[in-house]
Structure formats: structure tokens, C-alpha cells
Design a protein. Structure first.
Length: 363
């Protein structure tokens, strides 16, 4: 069996993404979920980019997936061990520690923060089915046919989400976190096609494209603060179909970060910053699962930031809060991960890591 190829820029980008996740959660959990964080410029930037970037990178790695029905059981086992088994242990422990209602958490879309691996498992299953249909219908592996089938699969997901949204006050949509599934599935396919179409990735390496994407993202993020928004009449089907400013912001942001990550690796940038981000990227799943335990409640943050006289001052203080807070949380999180990984069994149960990898190291 050939070893899986290693893509250096993916570790770097996963490191950026998990750092942005922790920064964003400083605002949400710092306000003790009381709301108001949507008024922060920095939160809007982070919330729209970090999870779509994670999912895009997962889609990039999905090209090597075998889409034969006989491979489905082993595919499901491997993904369940990695993504679902940790959910049997860490979320209940979190809910117990913070005296949260298990029943309420299950019925929420965000599952007290532990929705992502659950949704990612569903996305990977949907992608497997997409690949199986493509291998059956598109024998010649024509990219045009594959793109068309991908677009159809996105539309099917949107239609299912619309049905779930309309049933029983969206209860089943929240229970399955299907709105998040619908939001992220297209970015998984984006990552897949970026790798599937070499010309597309080559385009993202261009200095001119990087510049255009970066300026477009900055411009789209500034529009709402100039009072420019897209009218709601431009959407339909429960708002799931239509032109959406936030979707454009997310798409340009994800492509911008991906292109910058490519360029950093192409230029061979190797310093403490990139090495730290690579390390965070390799530990991104354990960080995601662990960091919630150390997010602080900061009652002084909201009134202070919202009371600042101008957006420039507010944005500067937001950066300071996010950087200092996330650094503290990451230090505690990484220390905990080190302790957990002293036991291969705990690492397997809590982080979904293969037991064989740890036992080999001990020999």
C-alpha cells in the first residue's frame, strides 16, 4: 500500500483555521452566549471563514477516496472512529462539567459547539454517494459531467434542508444540524474540485489572482459597514436559494486564505510562525475537541468593546482580546492534549487517533 501524499500547505492552513476558530469563540463564549458578538467586525470575519476553510481542506484530501460500494463499510468505520467516537466521551464530559442540559444540547444546531465532526461525517458520507454515482454514470471521468453532478448534489442538499426547515418548527433541521451541513457541503466539493482540476489550483497560485481575491474579500467585508446589503427579496425557498452577501464573503475569504497558504509554501517560508501554525494544523482536531473547556467568560468585554467611540478603535481592541485570549486558551489546550496522549487508549477514545500509531512509537 502506497503512503498517503503529504501536502505541506494543508497543515499550515489547518493551523490558521483552528487559530481563527479559537479567536472567534473568545467572543461567543466570552459573552456567555448572551448575544451581541454579531456586532463585532472581527467576529463577522472569523465566523464566515474558519469552518468552510476546514471543510474545503477535507474535500481536497477526498480525491483518493474509493467509491465502490464494497468499500463503504470500511470507509464508514474509519470515519466514525475518527469523527464520531470522540463525541461519545468529550461532549458529555463538557456538559457535566458546566452543568448544561444534554437534551437541550442535542436539540440545538450547534450542539454546545460539538456539531462540526458530526456534520463532517455526514458530508463525507454524502460525498461517498456522490462519487459512487459519478463512477457509475460518468465512466469516462469527464470533468464537465462531474461538475454537473456536483451541482445537482448541492441542489439536492438545499432541497432537503428546505423540507427539514419547514417540518415541526425546524426541529429535525436542528437535530441533524442540517443547516450547517447545507452551508458547508459546497465547500467540501470546492476543495475536491480544486485538487481534481490542476488548472484551477495553478490559477490560485497566481500573484494577480491572490491580489484580486484579497482585495475582493476586504471590499465585501466592508460593504455592510457602509450600509450596503443585499435585499431579502433576492432569495427564496426559506432563504436557502438566492444571492447572499455573506456567501460571497465566505467564498472569497476561503479562496484568499487557500491561495495565500499555497504561495507561502511555494516561496518556502519557514519561520517560527509557520512552524507553529503547522503544529496547530496537525493537532487541529484535538484542539477543536478540547478548547471549549478553557474558553473564559469575560463580562467586561462586551460593554467595553461596544462602548468604544469609533470602529477603528473597536477593531484594534477586538484584535487584542482575540489574540491574548486565544493564546491563553491554546496554551492550556495543548498542555491537556499532551497529557491525554500519554495514554494511547485515551488518545483513541477522546481524539479518534489510531491506536496502532502510538503502540508503534513505544516499541
Amino acid at each position: 500500500m502506497q503512503p498517503k501524499p503529504h501536502f505541506a500547505h494543508l497543515d499550515l492552513l489547518k493551523g490558521i483555521a483552528i487559530f481563527l476558530v479559537v479567536c472567534g469563540h473568545i467572543f461567543v463564549y466570552g459573552s456567555n452566549h448572551l448575544g451581541g458578538h454579531d456586532d463585532f467586525v472581527l467576529w463577522r470575519v472569523l465566523e464566515g471563514v474558519h469552518m468552510p476553510l476546514f471543510v474545503m481542506l477535507s474535500g481536497y484530501l477526498a480525491l483518493s477516496t474509493r467509491h465502490e460500494l464494497r468499500a463503504l463499510p470500511s470507509f464508514l468505520r474509519s470515519k466514525a472512529k475518527r469523527l464520531l467516537v470522540p463525541l461519545l466521551f468529550i461532549p458529555p464530559l463538557y456538559l457535566l462539567c458546566f452543568d448544561e442540559s444534554f437534551k437541550l444540547a442535542i436539540s440545538q444546531t450547534k450542539k454546545e459547539g460539538y456539531w462540526f465532526t458530526f456534520v463532517l461525517f455526514g458530508i463525507m458520507l454524502a460525498f461517498f454517494l456522490f462519487g459512487w454515482i459519478n463512477s457509475w454514470f460518468n465512466k469516462r471521468r469527464r470533468i464537465s459531467v462531474e461538475l454537473a453532478l456536483g451541482a445537482i448534489s448541492v441542489l439536492v442538499v438545499v432541497l432537503i434542508d428546505g423540507v427539514l426547515h419547514a417540518v415541526k418548527d425546524s426541529f429535525y433541521e436542528r437535530l441533524l444540524s442540517f443547516d450547517q451541513f447545507n452551508w458547508l457541503y459546497k465547500y467540501f466539493l470546492l476543495g475536491y474540485f480544486v485538487r481534481r482540476i490542476p488548472r484551477l489550483e495553478a490559477l490560485l497560485r497566481s500573484d494577480h489572482i491572490v491580489a484580486v481575491l484579497t482585495l475582493s474579500f476586504i471590499g465585501l467585508m466592508l460593504l455592510p459597514y457602509q450600509g450596503i446589503t443585499f435585499p431579502e427579496s433576492w432569495s427564496c425557498y426559506h432563504g436557502l436559494i438566492g444571492l447572499n452577501l455573506e456567501a460571497l464573503q465566505t467564498l472569497t475569504g476561503v479562496l484568499t486564505l487557500y491561495a495565500l497558504g499555497l504561495r507561502a509554501c511555494d516561496l518556502g517560508i519557514d519561520n517560527r510562525g509557520t512552524r507553529l501554525l503547522n503544529y496547530l494544523g496537525r493537532e487541529s482536531l484535538p484542539i477543536y475537541l478540547t478548547h471549549y473547556f478553557f474558553l473564559p467568560v469575560l463580562p467586561m468585554m462586551m460593554p467595553f468593546l461596544l462602548g468604544l467611540p469609533n470602529p477603528a478603535a473597536a477593531f484594534s481592541w477586538e484584535l487584542l482580546f482575540a489574540f491574548v485570549g486565544s493564546t491563553w486558551v491554546l496554551l492550556l489546550t495543548l498542555g491537556t492534549i499532551r497529557v491525554v496522549k500519554l495514554s494511547p487508549t485515551l488518545a483513541m477514545l477522546l481524539y479518534g487517533e489510531p491506536l496502532k500509531r502510538h503502540t508503534n512509537k513505544q516499541r
